[in-house]
Design a protein around this ligand. Sequence first.
Ligand SMILES: Cc1cc2nc3c(=O)[nH]c(=O)nc-3n(C[C@H](O)[C@H](O)[C@H](O)COP(=O)(O)OP(=O)(O)OC[C@H]3O[C@@H](n4cnc5c(N)ncnc54)[C@H](O)[C@@H]3O)c2cc1C
Length: 391
Amino acid sequence: MARRALVAGLGIAGMAAAIGLRQAGWQPVIVERAPERRRGGYFVGLMPEGRQAATDLGIRDHLHTRNPPGGGKAWSLTRRGDLEPGLGFLHQPGDPAAVVRGDIEAALWQGVQGDVPVRFGTRPLTIDDTGAEVRVLLEDTATGEVRRESFDLVVGADGLRSEVRRMVFGPHEDHMVGWNAMICAFQLKEQVPSFEEADSITVARAGRAAWVFGFADRPPTVLLTYRTSDVDAEFAGSRVERLREVFADMDDPVVRHALDALEETPDFLFDSVHQVKMPRWSSGRVMLTGDAAWCLNLYSGMGATYALRGGAELGRALREHPDSLDAALTAWESELRPSVVRHQHLARVKGQLFVPSNVPIEVVRSVAVRLACAMRERRLAKARAKEARAA
Ligand SMILES: Cc1cc2nc3c(=O)[nH]c(=O)nc-3n(C[C@H](O)[C@H](O)[C@H](O)COP(=O)(O)OP(=O)(O)OC[C@H]3O[C@@H](n4cnc5c(N)ncnc54)[C@H](O)[C@@H]3O)c2cc1C
């Protein structure tokens, strides 16, 4: 008889894990706390490893990507108000695929729908690993009704503030490392005036930055990010007013347009930045994946990629170790942990590219961006000349 797994969370990590489990012959059930599937979301750059994982999970053909030709034009706005060629997220090595989070979730949904039971408005209340099975008390969040069920494995894919992690591995404070930084991400209705639809724009100052991410076929999304010494205080009061205060001395057309758009939209993500650090991502018959396990955070630009890899590698490990769950979970973790740890470290450096922490770093950052742009221009010119010679 096929073994049963409970997956908590219908995000990228949860659906990827469910598909991986199906590929290994398991019967997963997904429970999602929200009453329905979410859509849309913010810009995500999917790296080659993530695209490979999408292929391994059999959903690559369903993934709608939105890259402007050549990665689109990217601009930096300087302190003097000058517009300079900039380096967009899509100009990184590896040619990231431009998507919104909902594009990845929609592709995964194609792989899950009809094949994996999904129970919305449901969350685990207690988890009891007896060694032979895991007994889970599940709550219907609309009615408050509870029922007990047994599984061979529980997968916590319930995000940064994972309840599965809290119940089985200990309190949030033991695993969440705060970065003293905040983010606000949302969709623009219209591009910043005078820019082309697919342009990307960065305004990065010491401690604050605004990023506009352009797409080929939809209006851009915005990321406002800033550093703070008191994260708790950031959640008190109006988010919009707080952001206006933080960006008060950046009265340029990009920040102005973004803040005005934020005022109009009911749908934005406002959160603090963390990483999750754990000595081990599984204990007995309970495992974590995605942000619940290792949250790389947005500065790494790798969270979605690794949420997909987590599921693809889980499927592989379970297929390679069909008779021992313990061996499969050990192999799964050994495969992922070295690169996850590397990306957690790299995120600190990338964080300075997103939002420099002080003026000297802001200066170094802008020199580095100018150099990288010049090098990219030279590379492109060489490629164009080579093409012209070949024609
Ligand atoms: C602004 C921003 C930009 C980003 N850019 C990039 C990028 O360019 N490239 C990249 O690779 N990554 C990026 N990321 C990171 C990436 O989006 C995340 O790492 C990824 O989406 C995490 O997926 P997840 O499934 O682990 O968690 P989540 O997306 O948090 O999903 C968790 C799911 O579990 C559900 N849930 C929560 N609690 C419970 C419960 N108790 N019971 C049942 N269900 C529950 C939630 O409702 C949700 O559906 C970015 C993140 C942000 C915020």
